[in-house]
Design a protein around this ligand. Sequence first.
Ligand SMILES: Nc1ncnc2c1ncn2[C@@H]1O[C@H](COP(=O)(O)OP(=O)(O)OP(=O)(O)O)[C@@H](O)[C@H]1O
Ligand SMILES: [Mg+2]
Length: 352
Amino acid sequence: MEIRIEGLWKRFGDTVALRDINMRVNDGELMGILGPSGSGKTTLIRTIAGLVRPDKGRIFFNDRDVSDMPPEKRGVGMVFQNYALFPHMNVEDNIGFGLAVRGKKRDDIEKRVKELLNLVGLEGYEKRRIDELSGGEMQRVALARALAPGVDILLLDEPLAALDAKLRDSLKKEIRRIQRELGITAIYVTHDQREALSVSDRVAVMNKGRIEQIGTPDEVYFRPETEFVAKFVGEGNIIHGRFADGHIITPLGKIPANGISENEEVKILIRPENILFEPVENALKIRGKVVETESAGGEIYGRISFNGIELMFRRYAGEVNVKKGMDADVFIPYDRVFIIGRRKGDETERDR
Ligand SMILES: Nc1ncnc2c1ncn2[C@@H]1O[C@H](COP(=O)(O)OP(=O)(O)OP(=O)(O)O)[C@@H](O)[C@H]1O
Ligand SMILES: [Mg+2]
């Protein structure tokens, strides 16, 4: 089922929660929605579910205008951060609830519940009480309940936010597997950029009710169209420069580039992992002072200062031997320097 959104606006009092949202989610695609708190993510998916009425704009499922359709007719399943299960009912009754309301026969419900419990990896959990489940198990039940009526679209609003890091990772992969297996279209809201980049086919980055960019995880990470996207999707060093004579002139040095008009000001993005401590060809070479280092989980994070600028770097521990206070030569390959807001074609060396 394809989802198409045209010119969606929603205002709550003085807050504009959605500003002219336009988006298409392809059949079977998992679209991540990434954005800071208050950027409109929940409002957007609640609008798609029919739980929020937009002020303006239309929503289509496969060319069918569903804008005026009540939520229960839309064939959409939802999973929320806080489980939203019925605590006084057991697992089976939670999953079967929507089916029972629709008047499905008891035998059919039991069969369907069994099928769903297999799908989410909770065989034999029918009679368990909700308060006997772990957070991860509750979210599996919530997922099964959302899928129970046989939906075409699954909307997930920070489904893993309440779980610990390790569980988040495994359950994220489970959700992805189930979504693929069923071939359903999904929208997955999160404010965690790693989660969004690893789970999604494409990601929409939201800021203040607007979509700043929609693209594959690589596109939003390596080719951010705005400074907001560059900063929000991963860590990065953003440096101002000016184009002159085939180069971007920056405080770090001259970087060969093309497709930019003479004297135009640009901002460049250097991801911390693209600052190298071993010599490479076609790279900026900088001798700077290491001002800070921190080791965490096999990686070294730090900052190196040069010409009044501090650059964040990240390397594997063992690969480099840097300590606070020392001078170090670093190399930044030209093809790892990204111009913010540029598309393929007007780029640094890499596209020549
Ligand atoms: N029912 C409502 N009444 C008034 N304001 C609302 C309502 N729902 C949302 N808002 C406001 O609209 C904006 C967007 O809210 P929304 O819940 O969509 O953000 P979000 O991106 O999901 O944030 P979070 O990451 O914190 O969940 C916020 O400023 C919020 O305060
Ligand atoms: Mg939200």
